[in-house]
Write a protein of this length. Structure first.
Length: 416
């Protein structure tokens, strides 16, 4: 969440309570990663907590509202965040924990509506028009969702209820933390006109400055200015689009879940690694192998195969290289993903600079039952694929630390 999102409107109009026609809900989990951590460490509730690397590298993943009050926000460099809030408790991020919690959140939402559009790991739009008979009015459904999140997951969320998606999104932001805001259809335009212009979708800081130069700082001023004058400042297309948004005419269809376009995983190192140093080179290769394991496991979990493998390398100067390879046949096995990733890593490292981050991405996704799997006459390869399926079952039952590939255990740098 950006700092701008945290700024609250100073004078909202009096809104009614009629939720008729307000079939769009925006559900936004509050300080999601931090909230997930606080479930395990309730003694930290009420204290400033930052989710990020304790060595000061990287950026803030999430922060509690107590830390945000000290000026900490998501995507802020960790070093600056720690200086802004020196008494904060720093918790190292746990990707698997957040993914699992997100799946639980989305399960609840999909049990409420068949039309759920998950826009990130911790937020989603719902069209609840088909759920009214089962659960009640949109506001009742929103309250039902919030109650289930609290009772079943022990996680707070805020919900915006409106007739269109942008208004529902703004409403959920204004309802934070742990609240609900209904914007009746009849009050939509008045609600929008009470807001700063930066609230509208697509209006960033550059656009805010351009609009301010012609005296437009609120949505109401944007709506009233002649479109020709607005077009002279921000362009004809943008002017028409923004004035439509200001009139509450935005319509973003919620069609339900769509197929993922890619699956990726990456790791930032505590210390930049030198590819010319044999020890560091081994660490780089092992890290990429581990990311291949993660991505392939997610492919199998989603019953997908991939036809393209990409290796991402970010260097010490923050320049990033991507190297890709399209496979002869779609795969979901980590040893086949790794076989494609290894030469791609070698190509990327030819640049010779120290490495800050590595990642692996699989794209060209398709349902596994429609593509089949890469055929091989290599018995060893078949055995590896079978072993990976068994590993998935063990991990699903006993957790991610129950079984690991020997080459990924610390101190063992051999390739599998």
């Amino acid at each position: 969440m950006s700092r701008e999102q945290l700024d609250r409107a100073t004078s909202l109009p009096e809104l009614g309570s009629d939720d008729t026609g307000c079939a769009v809900l925006h559900v936004d989990m509050d300080a999601f990663f931090a909230a997930v951590e606080l479930r395990d460490r309730p003694e930290l509730i009420g204290r400033p907590v930052i989710i990020g690397r304790s060595n000061g590298r990287g950026v803030v993943v999430s922060a509690t509202y107590e830390a945000r009050a000290a000026g900490v926000h998501s995507a802020m460099p960790m070093g600056r965040a720690m200086r802004s809030c020196p008494n904060a408790v720093i918790i190292e991020p746990s990707r698997g924990k957040y993914t699992e919690a997100s799946a639980q959140v989305m399960t609840i939402l999909n049990e409420v509506s068949a039309k759920v559009d998950a826009v990130s790991i911790d937020e989603a739009f719902l069209d609840v028009s088909g759920a009214l008979r089962t659960f009640g009015s949109p506001a009742v459904i929103a309250a039902h969702i919030r109650a289930r999140m609290a009772a079943e997951l022990r996680l707070p969320c805020s919900v915006g209820v409106a007739a269109v998606t942008m208004v529902a999104k703004i409403a959920s932001t204004l309802a934070k933390p742990d609240g609900m805001l209904v914007v009746p259809v009849a009050d939509t335009v008045a609600f929008l006109h009470s807001l700063p212009v930066g609230r509208l979708w697509g209006v960033g800081q550059k656009s805010v400055r351009a609009l301010d130069s012609i005296g437009v700082t609120t949505v109401a001023e944007l709506a009233s200015i002649p479109q020709a004058r607005l077009a002279h400042t921000i362009g004809k297309s943008a002017a028409a689009r923004l004035q439509a948004l200001a009139a509450g005419q935005e319509l973003r269809p919620i069609a339900g879940p769509t197929a993922e376009k890619s699956i990726s995983s990456e790791r930032t190192f505590d210390v930049d690694l030198d590819p010319h140093d044999p020890v560091d080179a081994g660490k780089l290769e092992t890290a990429v192998r581990a990311e291949c394991e993660t991505v392939a496991a997610r492919l199998r979990q989603a019953h997908l195969t991939a036809s393209t493998v990409t290796v991402k390398v970010r260097f010490e100067d923050f320049r990033t290289l991507d190297r890709s390879h399209t496979l002869a046949a779609p795969v979901d096995s980590s040893h086949l993903v790794a076989a494609a990733a290894k030469p791609l890593l070698t190509q990327a490292l030819a640049r010779g600079q120290h490495v800050r981050l590595v990642g692996v991405r699989c794209s060209g996704l398709a349902p596994a039952d429609s593509t089949g799997h890469q055929l091989t006459f290599d018995d060893a390869a078949e055995a590896k694929s079978t072993a990976e399926v068994v590993m998935d079952e063990v991990v699903a039952r006993f957790g991610p630390q129950a079984v690991r590939r020997a080459s990924l255990i610390k101190g063992n740098q051999e390739n599998s």
